[in-house]
Design a protein around this ligand. Sequence first.
Ligand code: SAM
Length: 286
Amino acid sequence: MSNPSEERWFYEVFPQAGTSFGLEVTSKLHSEKSSFQTIDIYQTTTFGKLMVLDGCIMVSERDHFIYHEMITHPGLFTHPNPRRVAIIGGGDCGTLKEVLKHDNVEAVTQIEIDERVTRMSEQYFPELCELNHDKRATFRFEDGIKWIKAQPAGTWDVIIIDSTDPVGPAKDLFSDQFLSACFKALGEHGILVQQSESPILHTHSIIRDLQRDLNSVGFNHVHTLPFPLPVYPSGWWSATMASKSVKPEHFRNQDAQNKSFDTHYYNHSIHQAALAQPEFMKLTLA
Ligand code: SAM
């Protein structure tokens, strides 16, 4: 018989870093094996509902806003006029909701390999899915790696890669072949934003390699924006933004200041601050 108190805790163990993160849970609301991964939904004591894929925390009700706002708004306020946006991954629909807040966006397509993630989010995280019926939104349930190859050159203004960690079906979303295909599918002022793991755990590995590959496939300006995220390994996460033409520091600051929608983490000052690089990142990424 396991210690009853152990059943009241969910732990994500992150062996690569020798860390784990735990949340007290009151119940397991759902569990299933989709064609791609195990999907578990918990009710936690202090972080609301929790979505876990193959044992890795994806979304908590309490802090998802930081991630969804920081993977979306810096890129969209850097592009001069983001009308056509693609989201690869993003099955919980939180990123889609943030993209749809931008009035200049005319069309957004979400390419999520696992439809069950979206169906589970609709059931357990309805607040993330509340804009899913927006007529500008299109859902495609297929592999983003195949989808991007079929995109005509210059089709998209912003591509957001809101994927799981670079393992399993998401592994090749970090490959230079995939990034090169994204570069071709983006227009002349195109912006790519990719979730890029933890600054303290991955600057010397995933982030450095991603920046190198983004530069090598042709992006002129590449920058990693750190932000806090309590439920992810190390509690510190990042999004790496790659721009064909606009320098990160030349983002539409006035538009960000005068934004017509609510956010709970992002604002123009946070955007500006996220362009500052901690010394260890500057040295490692130089
Ligand atoms: N915010 C989360 C994070 O940073 O870990 C990720 C959000 S979302 C749940 C990640 C999604 O990427 C998952 O639903 C997964 O099914 C999807 N995914 C993984 N590989 C994919 C691929 N090759 N094409 C499309 N979607 C993919």
